[in-house]
Every structure is written in structure tokens, then in C-alpha cells.
Ligand binder design. Sequence first.
Ligand code: ADP
Ligand code: MG
Length: 244
Amino acid sequence: MTRVAMAGKGGVGKTTLAALIIEYISVSDPPVLAIDADANANLGEKLGVEPRSYMSVALDDIKDAPPSVAKHDFLKSRVYRALTEGKGFDLLVMGRPPGKGCYCFAHSVMKDTIGTLAKGYPHMIVDNEAGMEHLSRGTIEGIDVLIVVSDPTVPGLKAATRIRELSEELEISARRTVLMVNSCLEGEEEKIRTMVEERGFRDYVLLPYDETIKRLNAEGLPLQGLEGSKILNVVGRMCERLIL
Ligand SMILES: Nc1ncnc2c1ncn2[C@@H]1O[C@H](COP(=O)(O)OP(=O)(O)O)[C@@H](O)[C@H]1O
Ligand SMILES: [Mg+2]
């Protein structure tokens, strides 16, 4: 079982690349457990599925559930109910973070439940929001591959470097960390490689800017029609090397 987590600042392409990875693996080695851990959830949109429910609904409802032991089972059953089935993958959407009150119990149960759930899948991909919230809170544990996404800019790569350092401090101890530099323009590759290597990234891939992706996003459509594209090619090769 390979657990993969996406990290990176906002708007760099984490969700887009997570969706492309999920789609690749859902064909090569299904089923994939896809987790949308962004409060502003949009992974389902990119994958072309409408989420049935959210983890946050279950966390809210737990207040009304009977005492401790039963609460555990209650939340477990709710997690399974919140799964949305796609072609070769199941999607679990976390939803907005809980409001006031102590959710330590709920979080620990959620962590256990996701851990148990994940055992039924050869691969799990977690799309995160900007920042390291879920990783640092330990909601998602035992990451094998940490994918840091950046745009090909100095501020972007600085943020990526901070995330890499934080992940080392937090002892997330991913087996591998790979940097995906997204939306690279043709002819700028050499310059970008130099910038990346100067910051100490050893394992990285460059992904091209893609007009189709931009257009699909503008129209609110799922990722489709990218067969044979350069970006899918790079994503596929990365999956074969690090995940499959
Ligand atoms: N390689 C790419 N080429 C063109 N547009 C892209 C590419 N990757 C992402 N985008 C666009 O960039 C925006 C942000 O992408 P998104 O995946 O939502 O980022 P994040 O999840 O990191 O916030 C979206 O409009 C998306 O369509
Ligand atoms: Mg996103």
C-alpha cells in the first residue's frame, strides 16, 4: 500500500495533479482511495464525481451519538457512507474543519478509521490545502511519498523549500519526497532546473503549462481529453517510478 500526500501553496496545481495521478493509477492498479483534505473541496469536480457526503458532517453528528464505544462504530459507519464511488477510485471528502468544541476524540477516531479504510486499497492519494494542517495534526499518518507542488517562480520554490523542511521537522518521514514544478513554459526548462537544484531539490519533475487544463478549469469541467499530452506523460512516468 502506497500513501501519497500532496502539499504546496495555494493555486500551484495540487488538485489538478492529484486528479491526474488518481486517474492514472485508477487504470493501472485500481482501486485508489482519494482523500480531499481541503476545506474548499474541489477534487471531485476535477475527477468528475459529485461527493455524496463529507467527513465533517459525520464529525458534527457525533455530538448526538451515544457514549464512547458506540461513537467509535458510529463514526466508522459514517465514513463508509461518505465514500463516493468513481471509476477505479473511491473519494472521501473531509469537508470544512470542525467549529467550536473539543474534537480530539473525533479526530483520533477519524485517524484510525482512515487508517483502517486505507488498508483495503493498494494506493491512497491525499489532496491537501495549502499548509501542512492535516499532516502536522497527524490526521493522515504514515505517508510514503510526499509530493510538493510549486510553480516555476522564486516565491513558489521558497514555499516548497519551507514545506520540505517542515516535513522533515515533523518527522512525516516520507520514504520519498518529490517536487513537481508545474506550469513550466517551453524554453524555460534550463533556467527552472537551475533554480530548483540551487534549492537542494534532488528529485523533481517539470510539468508543462497546458491549455486544455486551463480551458477545462475555466468551464468548470472535469479533467478529460488529455490522452497523449505531455503533462500526462510526465505524470504517468512519475507514478510508475514512485507510486506503482
Ligand atoms: N499544468 C497546468 N497548465 C495550465 N493550467 C494549470 C496547470 N495546472 C494547474 N492549472 C490551473 O491552475 C489553477 C490552480 O490549480 P489547482 O489544481 O486548483 O491548484 P491548488 O490545488 O494547488 O490550489 C487552476 O485554474 C488549474 O486549472
Ligand atoms: Mg486544491
